[in-house]
Design a protein around this ligand. Structure first.
Ligand code: THU
Length: 143
């Protein structure tokens, strides 16, 4: 069943990204990230960054969220929300590796919601599209 991409649905996605951030395993960077993706059937999959003593084995929150969905049989996501610990720029943004993985499982006009929680607990959202974050993408040959 196709779920409409209305504000209520996107709000639930934002809240899922905010809520999962507390489970971040980040004892090395102490930088918590939560992400959530929305599948066409309305299912939401959430993930956090998971670090390792061998630093390079760290996996970002965005990829963990997408991979959780793929492991459940999803092949496409219609929106993604990501919430980081506070950064000077106001909103944390996905790393290049995660943008490339998004291009594998999302359309280029899919909304990417950058989420920040203020000191007073107010949730702020900056809405972008995947194509804003990943211009001139490398895609599967033929697409
Ligand atoms: N991190 C994410 O989870 N997502 C991003 O898009 C950027 C970086 C994580 C990786 C690492 O655990 C920590 O943030 C600091 O780089």
């Amino acid at each position: 069943m196709k779920k409409k991409l209305d504000n209520k649905t996107l709000d639930a996605l934002v809240h899922a990204a905010v809520a999962v951030k507390k489970n971040s395993y980040s004892p090395y960077s102490h930088f918590k990230v939560g992400a959530a993706v929305l599948a066409p059937d309305g299912q939401i999959y959430a993930g956090t960054n998971i670090e390792n003593a061998s630093y390079g084995l760290t996996v970002c929150a965005e990829r963990n969220a997408m991979f959780r969905g793929v492991c459940e049989g999803q092949k496409q996501f219609v929106a993604l929300a990501v919430c980081t610990d506070p950064v000077e720029e106001g909103f944390g943004t996905p790393c290049g590796a995660c943008r490339q993985v998004m291009a594998e499982f999302m359309k280029l006009d899919a909304p990417i919601l950058l989420v920040a929680v203020t000191k007073k607990g107010q949730i702020k959202v900056l809405k972008k599209k995947l194509k804003d974050l990943l211009p001139l993408p490398f895609l599967k040959p033929g697409e």
